[in-house]
Design a protein around this ligand. Structure first.
Ligand code: NAD
Length: 253
């Protein structure tokens, strides 16, 4: 067996708190493109439609783009074997916290529970005035800009637009978990989006192990903090890692 997989399998089963930290790359095999790089969303679209000031100034145009990309296209995506493998690791009791930078809710659709959504989610709308939260039902999504059922102001997807802050509770939970995690499993993130990209450094600083899954090098691999680099696609590597850890559980060395 590949020794890197074996070492990672041992580490993820070691009691002490495993933090799973995912980014856009984990959903690429579900047909959701990343933002940057080849084939990324910004090759096709100008990101201004999710800049908060622009959203207020040109709401109808921005909403039409949001609906097309995030609800019509991304909303039809399904979890892939990587999302299912993480949900299974959590069911085995090996995972302390799952933190995702993704807004697509695919971890939850694969059965993961209590996921920390660092950048919010598509699966909720929020009122720009009274902060009422609403489910994005087909009725709310069918017209022009959806309106708050409570106060009538505009609704927006409850994810972080450019120019908005990170949800405080999600950030606190993520960093608290990183401060005590014995290992972090980093999947499909370039490590360039602040402040989420600080999490692996926090784990490393107190002696935790950094395991990374990515077909390419990231800021973490390049920066030398990755201890175990499992190079490859998340949908191929994570099921192998899960199987290795399950075998380890049946047949401890
Ligand atoms: P990123 O776009 O900066 O980097 C994506 C990373 O995924 C790259 O390192 C790439 O090599 C890797 N990758 C590509 N295919 C992969 C695969 N099959 N398996 C594993 N890794 C693969 O993504 P980021 O670091 O998450 O930062 C972008 C920000 O944009 C995120 O914070 C997120 O909020 C948002 N975003 C979310 C989604 C989503 O919800 N699915 C999609 C795009 C962007």
């Amino acid at each position: 067996m590949n020794t890197s997989i074996q070492k990672a399998a041992e580490a993820i089963r070691t009691p002490g708190g495993l933090l799973v930290f995912t980014g856009a790359g984990i959903s690429v095999e579900s047909g959701i493109p990343s933002f940057r790089g080849q084939g990324g969303l910004w090759e096709q679209y100008d990101p201004a439609f999710i800049e908060i000031e622009n959203f207020y100034a040109r709401s109808e145009y921005c909403w039409a783009q949001i609906k097309k990309i995030f609800y019509d296209h991304w909303g039809a995506a399904s979890p892939n074997p990587a999302h299912y493998a993480i949900a299974a690791m959590q069911k085995h009791g090996w995972v302390d916290t799952i933190v995702t930078q993704n807004i697509d809710a695919l971890h939850q659709r694969a059965g993961a529970r209590d996921v920390v959504e660092f950048h919010g989610t598509l699966d909720r709308l929020v009122c720009t005035k009274c902060r009422f939260r609403a489910t994005p039902t087909p009725e709310l999504l069918s017209g022009a800009v959806p309106r708050c059922p409570d106060c009538g102001a505009m609704l927006k997807p409850d994810f972080v637009f450019f120019g908005e802050g990170i949800p405080e509770e999600a950030s606190d939970r993520a960093f608290r978990s990183a401060m005590t995690a014995s290992a972090i499993l980093v999947v499909g993130t370039s490590g360039e989006v602040m402040p989420a990209c600080q999490l692996p450094y926090v784990v490393k600083r107190h002696g935790g192990l950094v395991i990374e899954v990515n077909p390419d090098e990231s800021a973490f691999t390049r920066g030398g903090i990755t201890d175990i680099f499992l190079q490859g696609k998340a949908g191929e590597v994570l099921p192998k890692l899960l199987a290795a850890a399950e075998n380890e559980a049946k047949d401890p060395a």
